[in-house]
Design a protein around this ligand. Structure first.
Ligand SMILES: [Zn+2]
Length: 252
């Protein structure tokens, strides 16, 4: 058994013994699992800002857009599983309560749910690693996904699991990959020109950022991601003050 506990600096120090803190039996649709938690006395240094900055905008048309110009759509491979789930759930209504048939069908539904959850988690981890491949620092908007899920962005809500991606999976993978992760103020990121900082108002239907004064033209979400990246870097500069701390400025 091997443990991968964080960034490289930390890995060198993880020679101490682990102590078992907790063993939990978890029941899933496909069976019982034992979940073990270990603890070790190690000092894991926080990731310092360094390298290429990457701003990430989260949206509906594209699940995410980056300041590098990449746009990622919702994966299609979930669709067959979603369809299967709907079909089974429709079938469930016809089954008699308490019947063996109904119980069996419920178990099948639970298994599809689990497969869907596993596939989503797997995709989220791959996506997080992909983003870390091209960045030393990652900046995201500080959004409240619960509010978004209530429909503040319109009828289509974000993938329920995507808040988890931005708030848990991505920071965890960043930490493991020695990539700095920070959130920035989300206000008005789509209303600002990424190239000159001028406020350029546009409502949700306008999908292209265009500012003739400075000649900036690019997809709305990529423009927002670039604003997020700039804000993130500014936040670091402010935190570092007069630059006496140094060290983080080397670029990869
Ligand atoms: Zn501009």
């Amino acid at each position: 058994m091997s443990f991968n506990l964080g960034n490289q600096a930390a890995a060198a120090r993880v020679s101490e013994r682990f102590t078992l803190k907790q063993a939990r039996v978890v029941r899933k649709a496909s069976g019982y699992f034992v979940r073990l938690s270990f603890e070790a006395e190690v000092d894991i240094p926080a990731v310092m800002p360094h390298g290429h900055p990457l701003g990430i905008d989260v949206g509906l048309q594209y699940l995410l857009s980056t300041s590098n110009g990449e746009q990622v759509k919702r994966p299609r491979f979930f669709n067959p599983l979603h369809r299967k789930l709907k079909l089974l759930q429709r079938r469930l209504k016809k089954k008699q309560r308490g019947s063996a048939n109904r119980l069996q069908l419920n178990q099948r539904i639970a298994r599809v749910h689990q497969r869907l959850g596993d596939a989503r988690k797997d995709w989220h981890f791959k996506l997080a690693h992909h983003l870390c491949n091209s960045a030393g620092m990652i900046f995201v908007e500080d959004l409240d996904f619960r509010i978004m899920a209530k429909g503040m962005l319109g009828k289509h809500t974000l993938d329920a699991g995507f808040g988890q991606f931005v708030n848990q999976t991505l920071p965890w993978v960043c930490f493991k990959r020695d990539v700095y992760y920070a959130k920035v103020d989300a206000r008005g990121t789509s209303q600002e020109c990424p190239d000159c900082g001028t406020q350029v108002r546009k409502d949700l239907s306008v999908r292209l950022h265009q500012y003739l004064e400075c000649g900036s033209t690019k997809p709305r979400d990529i423009a927002a991601a670039q604003v997020i990246s700039t804000r993130g870097q500014r936040g670091i500069e402010n935190a570092c003050g007069d630059g006496k701390r140094g060290g983080w400025g080397h670029s990869a």
